[in-house]
Design a protein around this ligand. Sequence first.
Ligand code: COA
Length: 151
Amino acid sequence: MNNVTFLARLDRSVTPEEIKNLQYSVGWSGGDLEDWLSCIGHSLCVATARDISSNELVGIGFLAGNVRHAQLVDLTVHPRVQRHGVARQLVQLCLGFVVEHGIKYVGLTWAESSPWLKDFYFRAGFREIHNAMWLEESIIRANAPVLKEEQ
Ligand SMILES: CC(C)(COP(=O)(O)OP(=O)(O)OC[C@H]1O[C@@H](n2cnc3c(N)ncnc32)[C@H](O)[C@@H]1OP(=O)(O)O)[C@@H](O)C(=O)NCCC(=O)NCCS
């Protein structure tokens, strides 16, 4: 798709099946339909991007958490429309929600397989911190390397 026209907005009318297909498109396992249904209903906000001509879901991101603490998660853009600013707009929509609702603490993790993501999120206003920890089972489930050995 050379000429990409998409509409990005905060929108919960997305279906779990659409999200699963989008996850497959980037080579991820797709996840559980019941989990996605819960994510749609219980996230602080859901940012979606749809191809204007076909209405196909081409991008998604969630802001999970509560009005004090939030996490930007599961940002995904269909490979066919990547590098057209879709993710940038989805992040901006979520950060607009953060400002509008006065959310105090916002974090994320990024996939080390795509090191450029660090700059991408840096440009969106995120900075690295050194005092974050994850539950061990979560690290294993995410297949992420443990960065520091226990002291
Ligand atoms: C990460 C992802 C959501 C980015 O989506 P996208 O819509 O292509 O990103 P954007 O077009 O908004 O990119 C914005 C900027 O990020 C950088 N960028 C994006 N993709 C890049 C890539 N593959 N390599 C290097 N830099 C990249 C560029 O600086 C880009 O700006 P530019 O195109 O003007 O140079 C998408 O690649 C994806 O779904 N990847 C698989 C899932 C994933 O890893 N999600 C991240 C979870 S933390």
